[in-house]
Ligand binder design. Structure first.
Ligand SMILES: C[S@@+](CC[C@H](N)C(=O)[O-])C[C@H]1O[C@@H](n2cnc3c(N)ncnc32)[C@H](O)[C@@H]1O
Ligand SMILES: *[C@@H]1O[C@H](CO)[C@@H](O)[C@H](O)[C@H]1NC(C)=O
Ligand SMILES: *[C@@H]1O[C@H](CO)[C@@H](O)[C@H](O)[C@H]1NC(C)=O
Length: 303
């Protein structure tokens, strides 16, 4: 209102051309002051309460708007790993195991006793990293029918570790899933994917070590950061387009305990112009990390 009145007052004695120039100049100055000079980024690997710092690395192909580098930066101090399971049960499932009373009688006939299908879910990378890190908490981002989660549960069990595996998946799959997996039933438009995953976990006796968070990756990772739920090993295998992968990796990295490792699937896939690979490489560049391929997977670290 004030600026409108001011301009109207000016118009009485300034020629239209100079009026236009003043407007342009004001706009340009405003634009300059709105563009931040250094993109903020997190310091790597021991950073759960780190604040943002200027990036010391040269960024050869730095995008014009640095806003895309900004994600929530502060997480709550980490809770002890032995409280991970009860924290999730309390925060999400009102304190009771979601496996209790499963499957309800009307669901049972819709499920197969065991139906597992994965992609590179038994790759050597899982064994390599679990033997190296000996994790107490694993976060898996993208679970589907549980192939990789169950494989990790078996590996940690073999090592005698008491590992909690948190699986984040909205269990919606993707729009062509019902056509591709006709044996996964649908009831009133609701895919039984989550129930079949649960059935698989029950079938391998892993309900004590595998817990799931059936929501979108973005909102769930933000919440884990707020709750102080951290992990020693994080696997990223949800959306494979650049923007999904970029967002998942940035949010997940904040949840790594010191010495932890983040890795993920499909470093070599050509989907979305190699979306996963672009996201991983860009994240490594911005944070001064290196990418080590392992089979079809990528592993990030400061090796
Ligand atoms: C490739 S599958 C995971 C496969 C699994 N890691 C394995 O090895 O068997 C990808 C999964 O990510 C989930 N997903 C994709 N985008 C998601 C999002 N934004 N939020 C939650 N889940 C998502 C899908 O529902 C799907 O089950
Ligand atoms: C949550 O659990 C309490 C008891 O532990 C129960 O009284 C309450 O009804 C439950 N809420 C829901 C939504 O199930
Ligand atoms: C799970 O436990 C049941 C009963 O204790 C046992 O019969 C079955 O072999 C176990 N399955 C696996 C995959 O360990």
């Amino acid at each position: 209102m004030i600026s409108y009145a001011f301009h109207r007052h000016l118009r009485g004695f300034i020629k239209p051309a100079s009026y236009f120039l003043i407007l342009l100049l004001t706009y340009y100055l405003g634009y300059l002051s709105a563009v931040p000079k250094n993109p903020p980024s997190d310091t790597p690997l021991h950073h759960y309460s780190a604040t943002t710092t200027a990036n010391p690395l040269p960024l050869p192909t730095q995008p014009q708007s640095s806003d895309h580098y900004q994600f929530q930066t502060r997480c709550t101090d980490p809770i002890p790993p032995e409280l991970t399971r009860q924290t999730i049960l309390h925060r999400i499932f009102n304190g009771t195991s979601p496996y209790l009373g499963f499957p309800q009688p009307h669901i049972k006939p819709l499920l197969r006793q065991k139906r597992i299908k994965g992609w590179g879910s038994n790759g050597a990378v899982f064994k390599n990293l679990i033997h190296k890190v000996r994790p107490t908490t694993i976060i898996e981002i993208g679970t589907f029918l549980g192939a990789s989660a169950i494989h990790m549960a078996e590996l940690t069990r073999e090592l005698g570790l008491n590992t909690q595996i948190l699986c984040i998946d909205d269990f919606r799959g993707w729009p062509s899933l019902p056509n591709q997996f006709r044996d996964i039933k649908m009831v009133n438009g609701n895919s039984m994917l989550m129930y079949q995953f649960m059935q698989n976990v029950i079938e391998v006796n892993a309900t004590e070590s595998i817990t799931f968070l059936p929501f979108s990756t973005g909102s769930t990772l933000e919440r884990l950061c707020e709750w102080g739920v951290f992990a020693d090993l994080i696997e990223v295998d949800a959306g494979h387009d650049f923007h999904s992968a970029w967002s998942d990796i940035n949010r997940a990295y904040k949840l790594l305990r010191p010495g932890g490792v983040i890795f993920g699937h499909d470093y070599f896939t050509v989907a979305d112009n190699r979306g996963v690979r672009r996201a991983v490489n860009m994240f490594a560049r911005v944070n001064g990390l290196r990418v080590k391929p392992d089979g079809q997977h990528w592993v990030l670290g400061s090796f």
